[in-house]
Design a protein around this ligand. Structure first.
Ligand code: HEC
Ligand code: HEC
Length: 282
């Protein structure tokens, strides 16, 4: 059993790396990948091989799209230097919800969705991919739409097109109802116990960088003035519940849930009962 200390050291190192890996910032993509877009599900998580700039004429636009998704606050956030570039109304990144650069299967993945647009609307008419992206700009990012022909919109579309050849994840089954009807009061207890350590006891998150520097968040805000508005997709209890149950605390996945179904409903109900920006309308 001479190797035991090494095994323990190895396990401890993995645990530490695994843990700090959760808060590793997604730095600018480095070397060049094969020209062809991925045909199997890519992994842009901090633990995976990550995003690499593809070769070819579209490479720079695809990489800019990846950058926009992962460092939204630094490029089109409300605190960037050029006022004309302030399209987002909060300092979130798309990836705060579309986890791991949109490659996390349990967090509204963006892999394979390119082909689903334009999508017919129940009331007639259709929604283009540009419309859908701008919906997240005006709701989840609480900002204003990006012009269709802007370099930023074109880059996000290029990134989604690049991820478009992979079959999309099967739709998530509806979130099961909890045993007891959800309670914000019980949710407050879950919040204090489980969420506050990262998202802070006041729920306003923890910024990166010096004050008013557009560096985004280490832990994004769950309510308050700098987060998604009351018309956003996440401002719906069943969706918030599924997201939290499957992904929170960050690093959790559906095979290793930390919360019970009841706790997830309760804490989602609590979070959604807190103040957040009002959607101002189109
Ligand atoms: C506060 C969380 C949040 C943020 C931030 C956010 N989104 Fe979303 N997004 C959602 C939710 C929730 C949905 C709905 C998913 C569904 O329909 O199941 C969604 C849907 C989408 C879709 C459609 C996906 C599909 O399968 O039809 C696209 C594309 C998208 N978002 C792109 C973006 C981009 C680009 C950004 C950043 C500019 C962004 N989102 C920021 C929560 C967010
Ligand atoms: C270990 C730290 C940690 C804990 C604990 C944690 N979170 Fe998070 N959470 C994060 C991080 C980091 C992100 C952003 C993920 C990213 O950008 O990769 C996030 C994102 C979110 C988001 C989407 C972004 C936003 O601003 O709304 C929600 C909602 C959320 N967490 C809810 C919760 C809830 C509810 C709990 C408690 C049950 C919780 N989290 C516990 C670290 C944590």
């Amino acid at each position: 059993m001479k190797s035991t200390p090494f095994v323990l050291l190895f396990a401890a190192t993995c645990a530490i790396l695994g843990f700090t890996g959760l808060s590793v910032r997604h730095e600018a993509p480095a070397p060049v990948a094969p020209t062809k877009p991925p045909t199997t599900w890519p992994d842009y998580s901090a633990r995976g091989p990550g995003f690499r700039v593809p070769q070819g004429p579209d490479g720079p636009m695809i990489a800019y799209g990846y950058d926009l998704l992962t460092r939204t606050y630094a490029i089109v956030g409300p605190e960037v230097a050029a006022p004309a570039m302030r399209f987002a109304g909060n300092n979130l990144s798309c990836q705060n919800c579309h986890l791991d650069g949109g490659t996390n299967r349990f967090a509204f993945p963006l892999v394979g969705v390119f082909g689903a647009f334009p999508r017919s609307l129940p009331g007639g008419g259709e929604m283009t991919l540009v419309d859908r992206l701008n919906r997240c700009m005006t709701h989840s990012m609480n900002g204003r739409p990006l012009p269709t022909d802007s370099r930023e919109m074109q880059a996000m579309v290029a990134f989604l097109k690049y991820l478009g050849d992979v079959p999309p994840a099967p739709p998530q089954p509806p979130t099961p109802q909890p045993p007891l009807s959800p309670s914000a009061e019980r949710g407050a207890v879950v919040f204090d116990k489980v969420c506050a350590a990262c998202h802070q006891p006041n729920g306003l998150g923890k910024r990166l960088g010096a004050s008013s520097q557009p560096e985004g968040y280490e832990f994004p805000p769950l309510w308050g003035p700098d987060t998604f508005n009351d018309a956003a997709g996440l401002d719906m209890a069943p969706r918030m519940t599924a997201f939290v149950l499957h992904n929170m605390p960050r690093g959790t996945d559906p095979l290793h849930p930390v919360l019970s179904l009841q706790q997830a409903w309760d804490v989602a109900t609590y979070v959604l009962a807190q103040p957040r920006p009002r959607y101002a309308g189109p």
